[in-house]
Structures are given as C-alpha cells and as structure tokens.
Design a protein around this ligand. Structure first.
Ligand code: HEM
Length: 236
C-alpha cells in the first residue's frame, strides 16, 4: 500500500470511528452540517470578565437550581399530590424507595441553600451598586427570580402534608389573605377554596413542579442573556 493510500485508509477509519465518539460526532459529521464547533468555541473560549469571589453566588444559585430539577424529577416518581396519599407517599419515599431518603435530603437542603445563595447574590448586587443603568432591567428580571425562588420554598414546604406543613401554609396564605382589596381573592386562588385542604396540596404541586420551573427557566434565560451582553459590572 502506498503512503497516500495508507493515509487515506487512516483518514476513512478515523471518520468511521468519529461517528461513534461524542467529540467526533459533534465536531466531525454533525459539525459539517450545523457548524457547532464555532458556536462552542465562541461560547467556551470567551474571556471571563473581571469578577471577585462575591460574583460566585449567582452561579451557585444556578448550580443548586439544576440539582433541584434533577432530584425533584426523581422524587416525582413516588410522590402523590392528594390527601391523604401525599403524607403516605412521602413516608414511602423516605423509608422504602431505593435511595429515596438520600434524594429527599439533597432536595430539602439544596432548596434552602439556593434561597440562601440567591439572597447573598442580591446583597452583592446591592452593595456593589450593580443594579444601576444599564443593569437596571436585569435587576427587575432578578427580582422576579427572587420571588420565584421563594415560591419554590413556600409551595414545596406543604407537599409532605404533615401537621407543621399544614400550619405553615395556613399561616402564610392567611397573611396573603389579609392584604387589602385583592388579598382574599389571591388567598382563595392559592388555597383552592376557603381552607387549606387536599386541593391546596394538588395546586401547590402544580406550581412547584410545573409553573415555577417553567417561569424560572424563562427568566433565567433572560437574566443570563443580559449578563452575557452587558458583562459583569466593574467594581465601584
Ligand atoms: C434564581 C436566581 C438567580 C440566578 C440563578 C442568578 C444568576 C446570576 C448569574 C450567574 C450572574 C452573573 C454572575 C454574578 O454576578 O453573580 C448574575 C448577575 C446578576 N444578577 Fe442574578 N441570579 C438570580 C437572581 C437574581 C436576583 C434576585 C437579582 C436582583 C434582584 C439579580 C440581579 C442580578 C444583576 C443586577 C446581575 C448583574 C451583576 C453585575 O453585572 O455585577 N439576580 N445573576
């Protein structure tokens, strides 16, 4: 075999092998159609703007959000959002389902940690004055994300349907109900009636696993797009 033939042979076996490897697939056969290599490089090789240690909290919040999504999906396999199954299915999940106790603990603590990370992130943005023009719109988008994160904590808290979960939902929804004019209507909407019942559990479940994740994803995309466009603010 001539050296030209050998190199041709080597090239064709590599391209066959590349079809089955992730790198080859992304940067080889798929790339020739969708030019992903350029897109990846533009994204990954973009230099990171100046940022101190306090700029890590937004990224930590994102990381914890992803953990919540992954562990939450696993918990959904066992949880039943109704009265009295909510309580029983939580007990089953924690005691009998394989690794149920583990994913429940991770979901519980990562939820609290996310609220904490978001709060530290807001304090950083506040003390560094990063909310000012041109990042004022991102501050507003961020404020929505703050309330969505709090929504996850408040709705998730009721789902085990324990006595303390019942009373905490009863307390904060009554607080909402005491707001002038529209408070009572909002409370009825949240509870699905005058009282906290099994319907409230079903409602909070829908908010927790569908409405809040969908809205959070949408607002995070906006948030990150603006961070990418404007960069991280210079220190004051
Ligand atoms: C789910 C919640 C949130 C996530 C995952 C998130 C994530 C991030 C990330 C990754 C950054 C870039 C790095 C950094 O500065 O930390 C950022 C920047 C920013 N965030 Fe958030 N964020 C969240 C909530 C909020 C909230 C509640 C606010 C304010 C009310 C906010 C306002 C901002 C602003 C103004 C910037 C630009 C900061 C600068 O350029 O110095 N974010 N966010």
């Amino acid at each position: 075999m001539s050296s030209r033939e050998r190199s041709h042979h080597k090239g064709s076996s590599r391209s066959t092998r590349d079809l089955f490897g992730l790198r080859g697939f992304l940067f080889g056969s798929a790339d020739s159609r969708a030019s992903m290599k350029g897109a990846w490089e533009a994204t990954l090789r973009r230099p990171v703007a100046h940022s101190g240690w306090s700029s890590c909290f937004g990224g930590i919040a994102l990381f914890l959000f992803l953990i919540q999504a992954a562990t939450g999906i696993l918990l959904m396999f066992f949880y039943i959002p109704a009265d009295p199954e909510a309580y029983r299915s939580t007990l089953y999940m924690a005691g009998q389902a394989p690794f149920g106790w583990f994913f429940r603990i991770i979901h519980h603590w990562a939820g609290i940690a996310m609220m904490f990370a978001v709060s530290l992130h807001v304090l950083r943005v506040l003390f560094k004055g990063a909310y000012q023009d041109p990042r004022d719109l991102n501050w507003i988008v961020g404020s929505v994300l703050f309330f969505l994160t709090a929504g996850f904590v408040l709705t998730g808290d009721l789902l085990p349907w324990t006595r303390s979960a019942y009373w905490s939902a009863e307390w904060w929804t009554s607080l909402v109900g005491s707001f002038p004019l529209i408070g009572h209507q909002i409370m009825l909407f949240l509870r699905g009636g005058e009282n906290v019942t099994g319907s409230t559990v079903t409602r909070f479940y829908v908010f927790h696993v569908f409405v809040l994740p969908a809205l959070s994803t949408l607002f995070m995309v906006l948030h990150f797009a603006m961070v990418r466009k404007l960069g991280i603010s210079e220190p004051l």
